[in-house]
Design a protein around this ligand. Structure first.
Ligand code: CA
Length: 228
């Protein structure tokens, strides 16, 4: 599964190894060796996946991640660190990273994670129109804003990610496990009940009649289906 990958990492040996390995399986790889340069590159080009080290010169990985999400960059972000600290994982994921890998890691594991990210994130520049309109709702994918009847609707980051996944997969049944994997990632496996709670919140905010949902429909025994 080819894709564009940006590696933001300051260890020359690791940069070389990653570039070689990713290139050898067909990825188009760019790299940047400090946080500022990485941020610039990531804003210039639509990458499918950004591999982001935490300890970086000029701007650390947390700041880069936060700035990217603030600027509406939707590339999948995989954070790397030498420290296996739960607090780092929580901070990274809260700032909008999609996955996390602790150094040292096997290249096979990295490749598997990247493939998983590419499966769950639609390819950069995919066909979903932006803004995407259904009923009286307008979803601005790049800027992560949602309007209803022209008025802004406040959604949490998870609610927005869930809504985004729905609008990018219209008219197909999505199981709770698929939604968990796509929106929460396998580092956070709470329970499928979490999906139901977030769906209820989305319906409350976006459906004309939340008891008889027209857009986010329950498919009994299977999951949910988004109907534009
Ligand atoms: Ca580093």
């Amino acid at each position: 599964m080819p894709g564009r990958v940006l590696v933001i990492e300051d260890e020359p040996g690791l940069v070389l190894a990653l570039t070689d390995r990713l290139g050898s399986v067909g990825y188009d790889v760019d790299c940047a060796t400090d946080g500022e340069a990485g941020l610039e590159r990531a804003l210039e080009t639509n990458y499918d996946v950004i591999i982001l080290d935490i300890m970086l010169p000029r701007k650390d990985g947390f700041e880069v991640c936060r700035d990217l999400r603030k600027k509406g960059v939707t590339s999948a972000i995989l954070m790397l660190t030498a420290r296996d600290r739960t607090s780092d994982k929580v901070v990274g994921l809260k700032l909008g990273a999609d996955d996390y890998l602790t150094k040292p890691f096997e290249s096979a594991e990295l490749l598997a994670r990247i493939e998983a990210l590419l499966r769950r994130v639609p390819p950069a520049g995919s066909k979903t129109p932006d803004p995407y309109v259904f009923g009286d709702v307008e979803v601005r994918l790049k800027s992560a804003e949602v309007l209803r009847d022209g008025k802004p609707v406040k959604l949490s980051a998870r609610e927005f990610k869930l809504l985004k996944h729905f609008v990018e997969h219209p008219s197909v049944v999505l199981s709770r496990n698929e939604l968990l994997d796509a929106v929460w990632g396998y580092n956070f496996i709470p329970s499928t009940r979490t999906v139901d709670v977030h769906v209820a919140w989305l319906r409350h905010k976006l459906e004309p009649d939340q008891r008889h949902p027209r857009h986010i429909v329950t498919v009994h025994g299977l999951g949910y289906r988004f109907e534009p």
